[in-house]
Design a protein around this ligand. Sequence first.
Ligand code: HAM
Length: 440
Amino acid sequence: MAQFRTLPGFREFYPEEFARKSRLLAAWRAVARSYGFCEFEPPVLEQLELFTEKSGEEIKSQLFEFVDKGDRAVAMRPEMTPSLARMVGARAGAIRRPVKWFAIGENYRYERQQKGRLRAFYQYNADILGESSINADAEIISLLVDSLRVFGLDQSHFRVRLGDRTLWVLFLQSMGVDDARMVGVLSVIDKLEKVSREALREMMDAALAGSGVSAAGLIADIETLVQIRSIETLGQFLEQKCPGNPDIPSRIKDWNALIDLLGGLGVDKFISVDMGIVRGLAYYTGFVFEAFQIVGSGRALAGGGRYDNLVGKLGYQPMPAVGFGMGDVTVSDLLELVGKLQSDDFSPQVYVVIGSENLRKEALDVVRRLRAQGVRVDYPLKAAGFGKQFKQADAVGATYAVIVGLDELNAGAVKVKNLRTAHEYTVPISSSDLASEILK
Ligand code: HAM
């Protein structure tokens, strides 16, 4: 019979892989909670339009979409941000602000097969809604950095490239790009590093068609802008390109203030000024950022930014927002590359060795009492000799073997062997705190 395989881009997690993923997600949860974020969860399946209208062209082409048995056009979530915006918008009156929420779950994108990109991947999202000041941007960027530092990663492993859609829009407006063409031009800029010069030129021609703006001239300025690495030079270039526009110096002030706040939070050294970061998703409005590994393949670890219009566009009272998403695939690949991949250890602490089959009931009583005290306990499901049981205790990774044998029971005790140190001792079976007497 033909054997079934997993679908391309879908993983199955055997226990060892699950233990590594579980460790990753637990670390993210702990960091997010240390920042005062609360966990939430959106549905996996949503109305198709939530994503076709809100996420943008690229994601639209990658949707796992179908018509359900009730004739509804639906899609598996490719991201969580539109659902978050709806959940917060729908209860805006009742939710405490600022809303600091995080979520961890699987997302689905029908991506072209490539290293680091799967069709089902876990993503950790953290977002702040209801706060428009850069204090929220700083808090989010700091959380992003700490969510990578928690694994022992540092400046030699990753950087956060910081761009700004607000400055792009100001610049493009003064170059004559109108609102209707703005998102199109921004998504071409987002492709700058990914496509050839000719392809870029063609895309820009198409995005500017009918506007009278020269693609060649604009591309030359864009190429200069994305090379700039200091706020001062950025300000000088833009003030020269958009003379007399008071919004430019005021935005440059925001840049300096944001870097200052990031300094206060101890993460400014991870940040590079980089207008090459525009972000592919349609809803971003202000500062945008992406974390890249700077060892190995240089892939994106996380991305995010400000999206002040999304809640309003879903039909609710407008609410400013900023957040990021971080994937499990590239982060675990990086951790493996630099030797920092760890696993959760859920192996049993205690293995109960049954001295002889007619003592199974007494042994089960010990098992039950230890489990009730929160100890992870395993024991043989089949009659087996001592040697085999000790082997199994080792194999499952237990630290202690607790032997329930006739001589010990007659003396009102169980024997304990620490399998790491070979130290042996007896513990009274009637002890009211069996767990701490055994685990010492
Ligand atoms: P995104 O840039 O599409 O942003 O995804 C963020 C991260 O998710 C990426 O940097 C990558 O680590 C991971 N990721 C995305 N697609 C895949 C894939 N096919 N396979 C493996 N990993 C992937 C968003 O999704 C935004 N919703 C983030 C956000 C939250 N913005 C504001 N709040």
